[in-house]
Write a protein that binds this ligand. Structure first.
Ligand code: FAD
Ligand code: SF4
Length: 511
């Protein structure tokens, strides 16, 4: 029986059981398509990284002895949409059965389900064999629970996979969470190792994208494209992280700095989200490295890292499949403003935003706290429409795929899901940014000032936000301290703060 197997661009799982044997009756199909380049305006580095990684994967498959049909974006056979391409493939190769791996995006899941329903040949969907939970494990775990608390989910995952456990019930190190030690500001030391260099010739791909007039955002330096685009390079990045960055990962996880883009972060999200690396192998490699270097690496560094992958990453995926498609329309705080132009240029006097956005445009990367407490914080305080915020995050980051982007953006960052992901909104005044970064030092605004013309805009925006959303947060225990402070605030002072905030919201590009 002649079988066609589809491999999507984020299904580059070199270890999938599909590839355990070669079978002359199987043809693998991969395609670079306008359907994927155009559903949102992506960062140029993101498009390049996906295409380059897909091409490396196709070469590997061929070397393994598999038959591969690969459409480049400029291939004249390419119909540029998945269904038309598959129909053509099935006809041309007299395919009798169609097989695919379950996609991680709702959009593609629906498209493939509908396609299969209409097909007259046999079809079969396979697991992508990537995640540590199934699509429904999350819903089963939280069955009957009022709140979907990540910490409980994470502890259960630690037990289930026996990761850093002393006994079946007790965590190594005597506690589950070392978050409180991950709060250091980086002040120039310890030295940050150089970015891992990689050889990647992406000039042809860039030329092709440009010839096809694909609309992208951001910048690319084709001589310095340092994203891993095959399995070996992905493993190199993982080892580089263990050997050079893990030692301080937890300590400086929340730190931000004008001169350092990556600090001690792993930059593994693209390799994992494209499935070139399996989350379990990442966790096991890191834990094993720590076990062999306990004299220099503290448990808090490694636990912080494990929590992000075993906890947050799987939690976000579970939330996505539980709540979609409704999730993508949620706007519980009724925010309606538009993103300022400077989100696309970095052209603002607010130094923290200028750095976080310019870096995102140049590197297709910002670390978690930059995404959450700089750009996300500003977007929420200025009450931007979550659709616009989502679109920006989905486009700009190298690792942005909807299942993990939307839950982080609409949920954790914008509180548009009304608190499904986060129990309180991640908002702050300038003081948090000042505490965790050196951004305020060279800013034209004064972080210590509140309502004056030269005051940090985050300060007035913060109190204005709490005041405007007062009704909404009335019953939220975690907000009660801030709400009490707001209630006690002198009315004239509050009005002065609100007046400044209104001016910023009316014209953010002026600041
Ligand atoms: P590290 O800091 O080294 O962390 C290690 C790994 O942990 C990451 O590679 C990632 O796989 C995982 N991880 C860490 N935090 C999270 C999280 N909150 N959710 C899921 N996984 C996590 N991550 C994406 O992969 N894709 C996105 O589109 C995305 N969008 C985000 C949008 C917003 C508004 C926010 C606040 C966060 C977003 N994140 C997203 C989560 C996080 O910021 C990135 O995973 C991280 O910055 C990637 O860089 P890194 O690999 O150096 O991560
Ligand atoms: Fe950002 Fe305010 Fe600090 Fe300027 S003063 S860098 S606007 S937090």
């Amino acid at each position: 029986m002649k079988i066609a197997r589809l491999v999507l661009g984020d299904q580059l799982n070199y270890q999938h059981s599909w590839y355990d044997d070669t079978n002359d009756d199987v043809v693998y199909f991969m395609a670079e398509m306008r359907q994927e380049t155009d559903y949102v305006k992506h960062h140029i580095q993101k498009v390049v990284a996906f295409f380059k990684s897909m091409r490396s994967f196709a070469v590997w498959l061929k070397n393994e002895g598999c038959e591969v049909v690969y459409y480049q974006l400029d291939d004249e056979r390419n119909q540029q949409d998945l269904v038309s391409n598959l129909k053509q493939l099935i006809k041309e190769h007299s395919i009798e059965k169609f097989e695919y791996q379950l996609p991680d995006e709702y959009r593609l899941d629906e498209q493939l389900k509908n396609f299969c329903n209409e097909l007259e040949i046999e079809t079969e969907a396979f697991d992508s064999e990537h995640f540590l939970t199934s699509r429904t494990d999350f819903t089963d775990f939280f069955e009957g629970k009022k709140q979907l608390v990540m910490e409980y989910f994470y502890r259960n995952m630690r037990k289930k996979y026996d990761i850093m456990m002393l006994t079946a019930k007790d965590p190594e190190g005597g506690k589950w969470n070392f978050d409180h030690s991950n709060r250091k500001k980086w002040k120039g030391s310890p030295a940050i190792p150089e970015e891992k260099q990689m050889k990647n010739d992406v000039s042809n791909i860039c030329k092709m994208i440009s010839n096809a007039a694909v609309k992208t955002i951001g910048n690319i330096d084709i001589d310095n494209f340092h994203w891993p685009t095959n399995r070996k390079a992905s493993l190199d990045v993982l080892n580089y992280f263990c050997e050079n960055l893990l030692v301080h990962f937890g300590d400086y996880q929340d730190a931000m700095h004008t001169e350092e883009h990556f600090l001690f972060h792993s930059r593994l999200s693209f390799a994992m989200n494209s499935k070139m690396l399996h989350p379990k192998e990442v966790i096991e490699t890191v834990v094993s490295y720590w076990r062999n270097h306990k004299d220099v690496i503290d448990i808090s560094q490694v636990e912080g890292f494990v929590r992000q992958i075993l906890g947050w990453r799987e939690y976000m995926r579970g939330m996505y499949w539980k709540e979609m498609p409704n999730y993508r329309t949620l706007n519980k705080l009724n925010n309606t403003n538009s993103l300022p132009d400077f989100f696309w240029t970095g052209n603002t006097k607010m130094n923290c935003l200028k750095h976080a956005i310019s870096q995102s445009l140049d590197k297709a990367y910002a670390h978690h706290i930059q995404r959450l407490m700089i750009t996300g914080n500003f977007a929420l305080l200025t009450q931007m429409h979550p659709d616009e915020v989502d679109e920006w995050y989905l486009g700009i980051y190298i690792d942005a795929i909807e299942w993990v982007e939307i839950t982080n953006t609409r949920g954790m960052s914008q509180f548009a899901d009304g608190g499904l992901v986060a129990t309180k909104p991640y908002v702050s005044s300038g003081s948090y940014i000042h505490k965790m970064s050196n951004y305020c030092k060279d800013c034209v605004y004064k972080v210590s000032k509140k309502e004056t013309e030269d005051a940090c805009p985050f300060n007035s925006l913060y109190w204005n936000f709490l005041d405007e959303k007062r009704e909404y947060f009335k019953g939220n225990q975690r907000m009660s301290m801030m709400m009490n402070l707001l209630n006690k605030m002198d009315k004239t002072k509050l009005e002065a703060l609100k007046s400044r905030a209104r001016a910023v919201i009316a014209n953010p590009d002026n600041y």
